[in-house]
Design a protein around this ligand. Structure first.
Ligand SMILES: *Cc1c(COP(=O)(O)O)cnc(C)c1O
Length: 381
């Protein structure tokens, strides 16, 4: 068989053909009116996805660089923060903060378990001098979406700010920054934004910007004040990733023409179909609060989870994601994020069924695909 490669991971995600070909165009200089126009149109498009009136800054870094930007621009050494850690990425907030001498109260959640706004309110009552709460919209390591709206309600009347990692969730599931009182919102280009890896995005509320003015943590490349000064001149402080920004503008045109609500609905349909499919053959979801960005599925008893992912990728070319440490081999993750359509999940589910059969799992072949098709058929527009 021809070895065909199907990118079905929760980042990087597939890129629309029109957006891919934009990378082959000649490079334009970044200090030109032509580039300034594209740059400002891109930031406008990002503001649309963020649903904010504030500036959205474009950083030349992956999403983690935008996370670091959130930390170094709002805090001072010795500040106390709370981080919600329900997986690999929630854990990263704590790692970044500790690297800068921040005192971290890390709330360790079991992977896939929700955390309520009441629980957050209790934590803040116990620790009233908390300067910031760091949370995750969609924890990509477990496929869980957290109650950011609820967290924003808790924090709204307080001095504490709410910083949210929206790296896989933003653009796929609702998180209107201004309406939900999110103070710092970060994201990355290779998840729901339909372009290759390499850009990070960040926006600060007015309340967060007051902390930016006072922040004393060391910073240079990721200085938000430098970005703010430059955006006033329709540019960036350093050489921007010109090509990626042009690609992002084209992808944002697609996103805007579809509309955020329709995009959320699209992800919901793919999420519903994937969940129904795996449950139809007796598999269990990992998350108690699964999002529509990706679906984490427990590897059934008797099946070797590491072998499962190896076969999916190596034999069938279906690049789903496995589980990260310390849960390696326990579950696998099917993405339905960004530029993926109904038939992408059918591909993933078909490869999943064939792999499970090969590894001796007992089920009625075809039932997962049928369950997904039933939902796709009903909702296809
Ligand atoms: C992918 C991801 C990150 C890390 O982003 P990089 O682009 O790899 O730096 C952080 N948080 C979440 C939720 C992610 O999905």
């Amino acid at each position: 068989m021809i070895k065909k490669y199907y990118l079905l991971s929760p980042g990087p995600t597939p890129v629309p053909e029109k957006v891919l070909s934009a990378a082959a165009e000649p490079i334009i200089h970044h200090r030109t009116p032509e580039f300034s126009n594209i740059f400002m149109e891109t930031t406008e498009g990002l503001k649309y996805v963020y649903q904010t009136e504030q500036d959205v800054f474009i950083l030349t870094s992956s999403g983690s660089g935008a996370m670091e930007t959130a930390v170094v621009n709002t805090l001072c050494a010795g500040d106390k923060v709370i981080t919600l850690s329900g997986g690999k990425f929630g854990e990263r907030w704590g790692k970044i903060c500790r690297a800068y001498g921040i005192e971290v109260k890390e709330i360790e959640l079991e992977w896939g378990q929700p955390f309520t706004k009441e629980q957050l309110a209790d934590e803040l009552k116990a620790q009233p001098d908390t300067k910031a709460v760091f949370a995750t919209l969609s924890e990509t390591s477990s496929g869980t979406v957290y109650d950011i709206r609820g967290f924003g309600e808790v924090i709204a009347g307080m001095d504490t700010i709410l910083a949210v990692d929206g790296i896989s969730g933003l653009g796929a599931t609702p998180c209107p920054m201004d309406e939900w009182n999110v103070d710092v919102l970060v994201s990355g280009s290779q998840k729901s934004f339909m372009i290759p890896p390499g850009l990070g995005y960040i926006s600060f509320s007015r309340k967060a910007w007051e902390l930016v003015e006072e922040s004393t943590l060391p910073k240079f490349y990721f200085d938000a004040k430098a970005a703010k000064k430059s955006i006033g001149k329709k540019t960036t402080p350093w050489t921007p990733a010109v090509t990626l920004i042009i690609q992002q503008k084209k992808a944002l045109d697609i996103i805007r023409s579809m509309g955020l609500e329709n995009l959320f609905k699209h992800h919901r349909i793919l999420g519903d179909a994937t969940r129904a499919a795996v449950q139809a053959i007796g598999l269990e979801l990992l998350s108690k609060s699964p999002g529509n960005i990706l679906t984490a599925v427990k590897v059934p008893d008797g099946v070797d989870g590491v072998q499962f992912v190896k076969l999916m990728q190596g034999k069938y070319g279906a690049y789903i994601a496995g589980a990260q440490d310390p849960h390696k081999g326990e579950f696998f993750r099917i993405a339905h994020l960004g530029y993926m359509g109904g038939f992408d999940i059918i591909t993933a589910l078909s490869a999943m069924e064939m792999t499970l059969l090969e590894l001796g799992y007992d089920f009625e072949s075809g039932q997962a695909i049928k369950a997904a098709e039933d939902i796709l058929k009903e909702n296809w527009e």
